[in-house]
Every structure is written in C-alpha cells, then in structure tokens.
Design a protein. Structure first.
Length: 179
C-alpha cells in the first residue's frame, strides 16, 4: 500500500494565474462571439443568392408580381353605342351555364324547363337576370347594358318555346341629341 501525501490532492491549478489573465479571459469570452456573429451576418447578408430552380427573383418575375390588377377603360359618351343581339349576349355571358344546364340553369331550347319561367312574364325574367337568382350571379352593371341583357332573356325564353317580344330600344339621351 502506498501512502499518499495530503498535499497531492489539494493541488489544483488552472490556466489563469493572475488577475490580468482573468480580465483578458472575461473580455475575450464576450468580444470574440460578438465579432464572430457580426462577421457571419455580413457574410450571409452581402452575398447575392439566386433562387434555386426558379426565376422568382428575376426582373420578368418581379414585373409580373407588381403589374396592375385592373384597368380603366374610358369610352366616349357621345359615340353611338354598339348594341349586341340577344344571341351575341347569350354566347358571351349566358352559354356557360344555360348551354350545359350547370347549377340548375334551364338549358337553351328546353321547353319543359322554360315553360313555367316564361309564364311569369318578361319583367320577372329580366329582374332575375339583372339581380341574380339562385346560383346565377347578377348581370346588371356588368359588361352588357340592361337592354342587352333583356335581349338575351328574350332570346333564351323564345328558344324555349316562349313568344316574348323584343324589348324596345333605349331612347337616345338628351346629351347626345343634336342642338
């Protein structure tokens, strides 16, 4: 058995031996990480990074993202309006649903579906078309005038067996009348 001296276990020495070394160690422990963080952020922020596999940052993609949502069309109020026929309005606006019967819309030419509707009269049909009914959205105030929508209503009702008269053309406004 060997006997150990009591001083052998009590001797523990660290790398910091003076107060000056302690101060330098504490300062370095705070300053070095701060400098490293600053250098890393500069490295990451200053490097141009293209989007991998896309042109999302390109000038064309940016132009597409910031393009205007809508446009404004200015029309000459004094110019004579080009009125479309009922069939033209039907083809442009109504055929999507009334051609296929989507969402319960009566198909064009289906006398059984149009019969009860025609008996309500032109005004009721026009009111439904302008204000909307069921799944059909309101058509008033859109691309077509109320008169053109009325012509389309007459066209569809007459194709379904109705005998509605063409609505009278709107009177010329006083502003466009010659002075």
């Amino acid at each position: 058995m060997s006997e150990t001296t009591p001083d052998a276990h009590d001797v523990h020495e660290g790398p910091i031996k003076t107060p000056k070394q302690l101060i330098w160690t504490v300062v370095a422990a705070f300053v070095v990480p701060v400098i490293m963080i600053i250098l890393l952020t500069q490295f990451v922020a200053n490097k141009e990074k293209p989007a991998v596999g896309s042109d999302g940052l390109g000038p064309e993609a940016t132009a597409r993202r910031i393009q205007p949502i809508g446009t404004i069309e200015l029309r000459d109020a004094a110019a004579p309006a080009v009125l479309r026929t009922g069939e033209q309005v039907y083809q442009a606006q109504c055929a999507a649903c009334h051609g296929s019967g989507a969402a319960g819309a009566p198909k064009l030419g289906d006398a059984a579906a149009w019969g009860p509707r025609v008996t309500t009269g032109y005004e009721a049909l026009l009111n439904s078309a302008l204000k909307g009914k069921g799944a059909m959205a309101a058509q008033g105030g859109g691309e077509f005038s109320d008169y053109e929508i009325g012509r389309a209503v007459v066209y569809m009702a007459n194709q379904g067996g109705g005998k509605l008269a063409e609505p009278p053309a709107p009177a010329a406004s006083a502003a466009s009348a010659p002075k």
